[in-house]
Design a protein around this ligand. Structure first.
Ligand code: FES
Length: 149
């Protein structure tokens, strides 16, 4: 049994230590906003926040989460209002197929928490690990700037 803090709530999870956090979120806690893309830490679809830093939930074993605060895409609009990144994503119609976008939004949100006014280079560096097969990169960049403004 492991105790984990997810979106401000403590959960007890009866899973093996090597269970990826992604499956804890999706299968044990029904937090399906975090997506499975590659399962190897390469695409960023499963990006969540661990103590304010982006991590790949597919590659983080439950046993390594410890006392860290995990935030998922579900936490961003927990107040009932979309966060500025989500609002910018909607306003600029960023999503195409949409599959990677929760990971993109998490990465962008965490970027803006660290750097409220990122330039193009900072945006590209922060978002480089989040792949989009539809090629929405230009709209992602513009939406990050809009959210920052
Ligand atoms: Fe985790 Fe691709 S599903 S990085």
């Amino acid at each position: 049994m492991y105790r984990v803090m997810i979106n401000g709530t403590r959960h007890e999870v009866d899973a093996e230590a090597d269970t990826p956090l992604l499956w804890v979120l999706r299968d044990f806690l029904s937090l399906t906003g975090t997506k499975f893309g590659c399962g190897m830490g390469l695409c960023g679809a499963c990006t969540v926040s661990l103590n304010g830093r982006p991590v790949r939930a597919c590659s983080l074993p439950l046993g390594d989460v410890g006392d860290a605060q995990v935030q998922t895409i579900e936490s961003l609009a927990a107040s009932g209002e979309l966060n500025p990144v989500q609002q910018a994503w909607l306003e600029l119609d960023v999503a195409q197929c949409g599959y990677c976008q929760s990971g993109q939004i998490m990465a962008a949100t965490l970027l803006l928490e660290q750097n409220p006014a990122p330039d193009d280079a900072a945006i590209d560096a922060a978002m480089a690990g989040n792949l989009c097969r539809c090629g929405t990169y230009q709209r992602i960049r513009e939406a990050v700037k809009l959210a920052a403004s």
